[in-house]
Design a protein. Structure first.
Lengths: 329, 276
């Protein structure tokens, strides 16, 4: 276990270097001087050459590229991504301010999707080949192909515009501050419904498909046949033998879905004007706020990296074949 | 399994056969859309936001443009992006996958680390970032999508190469003195094409979905070029009454994406001897 853990963390370190190198390269293959990249050509024209030289020195732009990369790497390690062009605040502070809102939205969506999707997937695996299983497979497939921004529009159209039972956009109503505590909670929950629904249906389909194929895979294996041959009832076979083996791979799914969730947040948060990091990224792209764009890109990649290391380690804990198998190769 | 056999297994699913015809139909529309007599970009402010009627089969948008003409043109944009982005991603993915699978060892290790790095980035961040850093255009979009989605193809090709690199025909090619490049591209790659087809089909679906999402957000194909996503984004401002702006482009994206997904799924099942 120790050596597996060590290797996994070592690889994560390499991946981290790769992430920073990729982002650094991306900044530097864009045509133009980094200063004009940061403040625009018009801004550069107004600065006296001596000041410009001083700025270049301050930002280490007069040093060779590898040295510049090391400076940039130092910033990334200490989570210092500079200041936003929009409001001059530290990029890290801006991200930390908005992150909890995105996490709240995604945590609720993933939890609901898992609670619904996994049982449905497992259930349909035990009905293999029957009409109900085939129908549910097609249904999940179609669910997976639905564009989330269209679903969001349809939900808004029917539930907000036509029926008027849910708020259209935002995280709270205009009169939020006048409400009492119960009213505030209700108001927040009502604003959560549409974004959560939009985020969760694709996740639900993924959970259902993944758990279904995981269980189907396990049921095919010899030890299940053995259990059946020993006379164990079908329920006991599923519950004691198959289920545990089928659910372990789900641990990796949690790590893998994070980048997809963050990607989905850009769309959902923009449509519903949910003030999280997805909307921050979208606004930063529109206002050409490159420090924030780069900071968010590296920060979310790091977040994904940490999550995938954690889920891999948990997986190795749960399934000895992983760590022993790795050691053998 | 030989090819007619796979095709026979494929056709056993009526839904998948229909999906194939649907994709062919959409491709035809995309190819023929410039022949349609109504200009998709012609603005007519006297006929803004008209519901579907004889003159405008699918109504008009907020600038009085004919939605049917814009839908036809949107098919062209979506399928172009879908096919070419996937082509780029298949080329990059096959290259990395082939090298990793054929040489193994250090090459495999390096490719695996590169894939790991790419997978850490939230996909939409990368695409949006690339599109925004460079000038947004149809080409930037296709390149950005291709550069960020090749990891699936690479993994498929790598797995297939690991399986067939010691096959008899590969050994025969080696014994006859063929160079590595020749063995990889002439002998192994054509035999690894089936799984690539599966992931390419999913890839087209994903690229179409992403293009329409970006165009919906106003960061995809630049205006006034019509795309299904940009028609939907005009619906966003007129959601109270212009239902036709919501329904038709959404249905077009959904059905096209679903068709490519169904095809990919079915090809995978048809290739898998364990299924059915």
């Amino acid at each position: 276990m120790g050596s597996y853990l060590l290797r996994r963390i070592l690889y994560a370190g390499l991946t981290f270097l790769g992430i920073t190198l990729a982002t650094f390269t991306l900044i530097h293959i864009v045509p133009g001087d980094p200063i004009s990249f940061l403040i625009g050509h018009a801004g550069v024209a107004t600065i006296p050459p001596a000041t410009l030289e001083a700025i270049r020195h301050d930002f280490h732009l007069d040093e060779p590229l590898p040295v510049q990369y090391l400076w940039w790497l130092r910033g990334a390690i200490t989570l210092d991504f500079g200041r936003s062009i929009v409001d001059r605040r530290s990029v890290t502070d801006r991200i930390l301010e908005k992150l909890p809102r995105t996490l709240q939205l995604n945590a609720i969506a993933v939890l609901l999707a898992a609670l619904l999707g996994i049982p449905i997937g497992l259930w349909s695996a035990t009905r293999s080949g029957r009409p109900v299983e085939r129908a549910s497979a097609v249904l999940f497939f179609l669910l997976y192909s639905l564009p989330s921004f269209w679903v969001a529009l349809l939900l808004m159209e029917f539930l907000s515009v036509r029926l008027g039972i849910l708020p259209l956009i935002g995280m709270t109503s205009d009169n939020y501050l006048e409400l009492d505590t119960a009213g505030r909670i209700a108001d927040r929950l009502r604003h959560l419904v549409l974004p959560v629904l939009t985020l969760m249906y694709a996740q639900l389909a993924i959970f259902a498909r993944f758990s279904k194929s995981a269980l189907t895979e396990v049921i095919r294996q010899d030890f299940i046949t053995t259990a059946r041959a020993k006379g164990a009832g079908e329920g006991a076979v599923l519950w004691h033998h198959a289920l545990r083996n089928a659910l372990i791979p789900l641990i990796t799914l949690f790590g893998l879905t994070i980048p997809y969730l963050i990607s989905g947040s850009v769309i959902v948060e923009t449509i519903f004007q949910w003030d999280g990091i997805g909307l921050l990224y979208y606004d930063s792209i529109l206002s050409r706020d490159y420090p924030t764009v780069m900071g968010l890109t590296v920060a979310t990649a790091l977040f994904t990296l940490v999550a995938s290391v954690i889920s891999d380690v948990l997986y190795a804990f749960a399934d000895p074949r992983v760590r022993l198998g790795e050691a053998a190769t | 399994m030989n090819r007619p056999e796979i095709w026979k297994r494929y056709r056993r699913s009526r839904l998948a056969t229909f999906a194939l015809f649907y994709v062919a139909f959409m491709t035809l529309i995309a190819l023929l859309s410039p022949l349609f007599p109504i200009d998709p970009d012609a603005i007519d402010l006297r006929s803004r936001l008209l519901p579907p009627h004889e003159g405008h089969l699918l109504g008009t948008d907020d600038l009085g443009r004919d939605v049917f003409a814009r839908m036809l043109h949107g098919a062209r944009v979506s399928l172009t992006v879908g096919f070419f982005a996937t082509l780029i991603s298949v080329v990059i993915g096959s290259f990395f996958g082939a090298i990793a699978g054929y040489y193994g060892g250090a090459a495999d290790w390096i490719v695996s680390r590169i894939i790991e790095v790419v997978l850490c980035f939230p996909f939409l961040f990368l695409v949006l970032g690339i599109v925004a850093l460079f000038r947004p255009s149809l080409y930037t979009l296709m390149i950005a999508l291709g550069l960020t989605t090749w990891t699936n193809e690479a993994r498929y090709v790598r797995a297939e190469f690991l399986r067939i690199r010691e096959a008899e025909f590969a050994q025969a090619a080696r014994a006859s003195g063929a160079r590595d490049a020749r063995i990889i591209f002439r002998h192994l790659l054509p035999n690894a094409i089936a799984p690539v087809l599966v992931s390419a089909s999913f890839g087209v679906a994903f690229a179409i979905l992403t293009e329409s999402a970006l165009s919906f957000l106003g960061l995809g194909v630049p205006l006034p070029t019509a795309s299904w996503g940009s028609i939907l984004s005009t619906a966003r401002e007129n959601i109270n009454y212009a239902w036709w702006l919501v329904l038709f482009p959404g249905l077009a994206i959904f059905t096209t994406v679903a068709a490519f997904n169904v095809i990919g799924e079915r090809v995978r099942d048809a290739l898998d001897p364990r299924s059915e």
